[in-house]
Design a protein around this ligand. Structure first.
Ligand SMILES: *Cc1c(COP(=O)(O)O)cnc(C)c1O
Length: 437
């Protein structure tokens, strides 16, 4: 059989004792056999935790439930599980019960920026659409930990209809990001239905799916799923690899199927203390990703969600990682490092400073090697005064000057708006909140 190694066989057999039929490559088998209790975890992994520790684990599971697919569990090295990156991402830690001073249940204010069920509308032209609150594996570092395992909040068909209605009625939305939970927890038919409904909305130009299935349950990427997805282009997929160990033969095969269906693939990693907070490790991960046609998209600073304190690194660690990538390796192996602003301000990119100084005629820059260089600004640059009349502009965009507003810093820079300062009250995102309230 394809990827079946000895250890995986052991895991399957431990679970199979209680089932009449099982197939390691059947994704539904993994969902049915997801490991949800500390006892089962011990049994399947073949380890036993000291009694005191076990009680703490169980208390943690009571607050933040556990669920691990047999596949993902089989990646753990039982000989050294305490240092294992897969173990840390899937098994509860007593540290989760320590709520830090700055922790919040919903640090990104996703619930507040929600004008319709399942919709988070934060940016002008795109929305997050939560179409599933289920995951095959509960990541211990989940930013939506508040919702994990909350079975009452599986969106009904009616909830999804309301989200679709909001998208239909909001013409500025050109990009819909399906998220969850994991959208691939839906059946192919249900997902096909959602994608078809979105496809019928004329102003939606592109759909993205955020899924961790290629990492935690690659057998979900079936031929049937992929041939259904192919009907819905332009479709992009972002996945969530955090450690090179996760790029197994099965994961590679899943990525290959998606790539061969013409789906551009991206990866969003989260910087996690004790899992991947290492320059060399992230570089290796990104190299493996691009070898498998996955573009590293974002590296996230760990959010201020409750129960994640022990995973947090200083932002400086992330900047150091980017410093070790930019220039040192292919540009497309360098993700954008972002801090998702607490309070719902969205993603803020952070990186090392490359501008050393600046005068009216020159910019002094430094490169990754420490070379300091001068860029002479052009002596004659005729700036286009922009009055947004693109039809008569020499740049030939030839779009009519449709109702388009500038937002944020872009507005302060624009020629055609006299605003000189911004106050947090006067922005569209907060107006949407008021409308919804
Ligand atoms: C991350 C995110 C998006 C997508 O952001 P991109 O930078 O376009 O990938 C959209 N909406 C919300 C609420 C998000 O958190």
């Amino acid at each position: 059989m394809e990827i079946f190694n000895e250890h995986q066989q052991e895991v399957a057999e431990t679970l199979r004792r209680e089932t009449s039929k099982s197939d390691w490559t059947d994704w539904k088998w993994h969902i049915r056999h997801s490991v949800k209790s500390v006892d089962d975890f011990e049994r399947v992994l073949g380890v036993s935790f000291p009694e005191g520790k076990k009680r703490i684990f169980e208390r943690t599971v009571d607050k933040f439930p556990m669920s691990v697919t047999p596949y993902y569990l089989s990646l753990i090295d039982p000989e050294d599980y305490e240092n294992d990156p897969v173990f840390h991402q899937s098994f509860p830690s007593g540290e989760e019960l320590k709520i830090g001073r700055f922790d919040m249940t919903d640090p990104l204010h996703e619930d507040e920026d929600s004008p319709a069920p399942g919709i988070t509308h934060r940016y002008p032209d795109r929305v997050l659409f939560h179409i599933s609150n289920l995951c095959s594996m509960y990541c211990r570092h989940c930013t939506r930990k508040r919702k994990v395992g909350d079975r009452d909040s599986i969106p009904s068909r009616d909830d999804i209809e309301q989200g679709l209605e909001y998208i239909r009625n909001t013409p500025q939305i050109r990009d819909v990001l399906l998220s969850g939970g994991d959208p691939f927890m839906l059946s192919d038919e249900r997902l096909d239905w959602v994608l078809t409904r979105i496809g019928e909305i004329e102003h939606v130009e592109v759909v993205r799916i955020g899924t961790r299935m290629p990492v935690v349950l690659p057998y979900r990427i079936t031929d049937e799923l992929v041939s259904m997805l192919k009907k819905h282009h332009p479709l992009w997929i972002n996945t969530h690899f955090n450690h090179p160990r996760e790029i197994t033969t099965s994961a590679r095969r899943a990525l290959q199927k998606l790539a061969e269906a013409g789906i551009p693939l991206g990866n969003q990693s989260v910087l996690l203390a004790g899992v991947n907070d290492c320059q060399r490790l992230i570089r290796t991960l990104n190299h493996k990703l691009v070898k498998n046609r996955v573009r590293p998209y974002y590296l996230y600073q760990c959010d201020l969600s409750e129960g994640l304190t022990h995973f947090r690194t200083p932002i400086g660690k992330g900047i150091e990682i980017i410093e070790s990538l930019r220039g040192h390796t292919s540009g497309f192996s360098v993700p954008t490092y972002v801090v998702d602003a607490p309070g719902g301000g969205g993603k803020i990119p952070v990186m090392p400073n490359y501008i050393v100084s600046w005068g009216p005629n020159k910019v002094v820059l430094r490169n990754y090697e420490g070379v300091i260089t001068t860029y002479n600004e052009p002596e004659s640059y005729e700036p286009n005064y922009c009055d947004r009349d693109c039809l008569n502009c020499s740049l030939q965009l030839k779009e009519d000057d449709a109702e388009e507003k500038a937002i944020g810093i872009e507005k302060l820079l624009s020629d055609w708006d006299d605003t000189t300062s911004l106050t947090p009250e006067n922005n569209e995102r907060l107006e949407r909140r008021d409308d919804a309230a």
